[in-house]
Design a protein around this ligand. Structure first.
Ligand code: PEP
Ligand code: MG
Length: 572
């Protein structure tokens, strides 16, 4: 038995066998005296197997995950039927008397180099398709078992070096019971997605892929951030009990699903949920969220090879607004960049993607993309209670420009005779320290703020939210963070505006009493955190916490704050 510590990324306990995502050994010996007839037949058999497998994976992905996620497999099937690609391999076998492995390798390499040299991200992506497909065919020739994440059909715990957001989107929660990743932090987007999908996860474990083997029994403790490898009987029983207790706890929380969120002294705060796609709405509704505090629209743009059209976007926004039945829905405009990439936008690689050309910066430069999204939002606005939010605002000019473009698109639609709501609130994320510091100035020009602590913490502490090596500095309770949050809330209230928080800190049980005391109006979090937060808030008194929260601003360290809150909570 071995215990590996990491960062608790998604709550819950999972026990199942490991599937280690590792790069298989594709090495082989090159032959130049092979029998072409035999090798061509081996090639054909491998190609046929790859096609049958891919077709099955594609079909399954379409049913489980939808057309969009399945598109990648359709692209791979196309490569396998490409006459130039396949004909090239056959000719290579005939001409050079090489074995099938060499033919697949050499011809793929030629195509890969050709695509990689093209000055176009979309074509470069085709190189990735060929690399994937040729590995699959080579795998069959070498007798390596291939498994796609979307094709997993038995209870499994995924062990990976890293899981990208698009890997995570492929996971089917029915079978993938949990995952552990060597790298990543609590606010990496794969961790955030795991929470929406209710898959227990531990990230930043550093050594999972090296310590765990395929088939090992694994316990993922997403509550404490621990991975247990090959547990003994006693530990397994203890964790089964812990899982049972957690399920019981969830049933208790579920009783609050239709309750309002109120403190002991009758103060109401809005508990909202964060979503990435309209598919997340079921979780939002089942968990009794009072609204959507953050719709991360960038997921609409991901896992595909071109921008979504105005119509596609309109339909997605309309669905969310309608299903929320008049409850507030904050939709954030495109926030691409950082760990969320869009390969088909030909953006140069950057040294510091989190500090680079992302979100509103990109939208103000590529106004065609921005305007299409704004039109879709404005057209959807009559179907519910829409609030539009701009991400990554650093300076007043950016906010003004974004608002002016929004106004222009609104006028155009009105002139075209389209219906647009006239009560759309327009707000901004506060996730860059500069905006928190001059929140008083911003408050005059927005209807609301939403504090994005995932980024605000990384920018304030200069600690990459994805990097487990510096995760000790990623401190939500650091007095600097608390003071910035306080400045934002005070600035909003002074102008009669509301202040929310949509970073993960909003659902943190240590942070909640402080945020409540500071007067935060809206808390938006992973849907699964809504009920635990409602249960906690029902035991707290806002009035009593006001003085306490101000005291926390004066503490020396994050640890001091943590201790003080724990002591206070234990005395309740
Ligand atoms: C944030 O930065 O806190 C936030 C909510 O945005 P994202 O996690 O998408 O960067
Ligand atoms: Mg952010």
């Amino acid at each position: 038995m071995k215990q590996i510590s990491g960062i608790a990324a998604s709550a819950g306990i999972a026990i199942a066998n490991a599937y280690v995502l590792e790069e298989p050994d594709y090495s082989f010996e090159k032959k130049t005296d092979a029998d072409p007839a035999v090798e061509k037949e081996r090639l054909e058999t491998a190609l046929d197997k790859a096609k049958v497998d891919l077709a099955q994976i594609k079909e399954k992905a379409e049913v489980d995950l939808g057309e969009e996620e399945a598109a990648i497999f359709a692209a791979h099937l196309l490569v396998l039927s490409d006459p130039e690609f396949i004909g090239g391999m056959q000719a290579h076998i005939d001409n050079e008397k090489v074995n099938a492995e060499s033919a697949v390798h050499d011809v793929s390499q030629t195509f890969i180099s050709m695509f990689e040299l093209m000055d176009n991200e979309y074509m470069k992506e085709r190189a990735a398709d060929i690399r994937d497909v040729s590995k699959r065919v080579l795998g069959y020739l070498l007798g390596i078992q291939m498994k796609s994440l979307a094709a997993i059909d038995e209870a499994t715990i995924i062990i990976a070096k890293d899981l990208t957001p698009s890997d995570t989107a492929q996971l089917n929660p029915q079978f993938v019971k949990g995952f552990a990743a060597d790298i990543g932090g609590r606010t990496s987007h794969s961790a955030i997605m795991a929470r929406s999908m209710e898959i227990p996860a531990v990230v930043g474990t550093k050594e999972s892929t090296t310590s765990i083997h395929n088939g090992d029994t694994i316990i993922i403790d997403g509550l404490e951030g621990v991975v247990i490898v090959q547990p003994d009987e006693e530990t397994t029983q203890a964790y089964k009990q812990k899982k049972e207790n957690y399920e019981q706890q969830k049933l208790e929380w579920a009783k609050l699903v239709n309750e309002a969120t109120k403190t002991v002294d009758g103060h109401h705060v809005e508990l909202a949920a964060n979503i990435g796609t309209p598919d997340d709405l079921t979780g939002v509704i089942n968990n009794g969220a009072e609204g959507i505090g953050l719709y991360r629209t960038e997921f609409l743009y991901m896992g595909r090879d071109q921008l979504p059209t105005e119509e596609e976007q309109f339909n997605a926004y309309k669905t969310v607004l309608e299903r929320m039945e008049g409850k507030p829905v904050v939709i954030r405009t495109l926030d691409i960049g950082g760990d969320k990439e869009l390969p088909y936008l030909e953006l140069p690689k950057e040294m510091n993607p989190f500090l680079g050309f992302r979100a509103i910066r990109l939208c103000l430069e590529h106004q065609d993309i921005f305007r299409t999204q704004l039109r879709a939002l404005l057209r959807a606005s009559t179907f519910g209670n829409l609030k539009i939010m701009f991400p990554m605002i650093a300076a007043l000019e950016e906010l003004r420009e974004a608002k002016a473009i929004l106004e222009e698109e609104k006028q155009k639609l009105v002139n075209e005779g389209q219906q647009v709501s006239d009560s759309i609130e327009v707000g901004m994320m506060v996730e860059i320290p500069s905006t928190a510091v001059i929140a008083d100035l911003f408050a005059k020009e927005v209807d609301f703020f939403s504090v994005g602590t995932n980024d605000l913490i990384q920018y304030t502490m200069a600690a990459d939210r994805m990097n487990e090596q510096v995760s000790y500095l990623y401190q939500p309770y650091h007095p600097a963070i608390l003071r910035l949050v306080n400045m934002v809330i005070e600035a909003a209230h002074k102008e009669g505006k509301w202040a929310g928080m949509c970073g993960e800190m909003a659902g943190d049980e240590i942070a909640i009493p402080i945020l409540l005391g500071l007067g935060l109006d809206e808390f938006s979090m992973s849907a699964t955190s809504v009920l635990p937060a409602r249960s906690q808030i029902a035991k707290l008194s806002k009035q009593e916490l006001e003085t306490f929260a101000k005291e926390m601003l004066m503490k020396n360290t994050s640890e001091d704050v943590h201790e003080a809150v724990k002591t206070r909570l234990s005395s309740l």
